[in-house]
Design a protein around this ligand. Structure first.
Ligand code: IMP
Ligand code: MG
Length: 177
């Protein structure tokens, strides 16, 4: 285990097994259709990579990046779109793939933006859900794990751009919240 990590919440194996289940659910729910996965940079990259290979449907993927709002605990509520999804999403079955939903502000912005481009359906698959910190009423259609109010890193999730490469999800020593 990395020296800065206090506790592992989900091992690489836990994550792998849960993503298999999510992929099976998505495959069943979208049977007969093709889907467009839109991953939110940068945190969702490992999740998107594994999730797309656990879905047994024709699919495409695209990427979108939104600005974070600086100090996460004091949100200005202004989230900018830094990189838009390039593919045409009108009439498509769009599934947003996100690493974690915390306050929900980032996802709300992504939903509003992609929703305005007239997809046939627009749903959300988040690996982690931290409902205790929610500030806008948003719920993922699919989620991997519900976590308490702790700051986690690994498997794409960062603290100041570090730890994204860890294969597991863990709690940082001396975590900020
Ligand atoms: P929200 O807009 O507050 O829901 O925040 C979403 C974004 O904040 C996520 O996409 C992450 O990049 C980041 N974030 C929220 N909680 C954590 C955490 O516990 N660890 C790492 N990043 C987090
Ligand atoms: Mg993120």
């Amino acid at each position: 285990m990395h020296n800065d990590i206090k506790e592992i919440l989900y091992t690489a194996e836990d994550i792998r097994a849960r993503i298999q289940q999510l992929g099976a659910m998505i495959t069943r729910d979208y049977q007969g259709k093709s889907i467009l996965l839109v991953g939110i940079l940068k945190g969702a990259v490992p999740f998107l990579n594994d999730l797309m290979r656990s879905i047994d449907l024709p699919l495409c993927h695209d990427l979108m990046e939104l600005s974070s709002y600086g100090d996460r605990t004091v949100s200005s509520g202004t989230v900018k779109i830094l990189k838009d999804a390039a593919l045409d999403i009108e009439g498509r079955e769009v599934l947003i793939v996100e690493d974690i939903i915390d306050t929900g502000i980032t996802l709300q912005r992504a939903l509003k933006h992609l929703g305005s481009r007239r997809p046939a359906t627009l749903r959300v698959c988040a690996l982690l859900d931290k409902p205790s910190r929610r500030r806008v009423p948003i719920k993922p259609d699919y989620h991997g794990f519900t976590i308490p109010d702790v700051f986690v890193v690994g498997y794409g999730l960062d603290y100041a751009e570090n730890y994204r490469e860890l294969p597991y999800i863990g709690v940082l020593k001396g975590e900020r919240q």
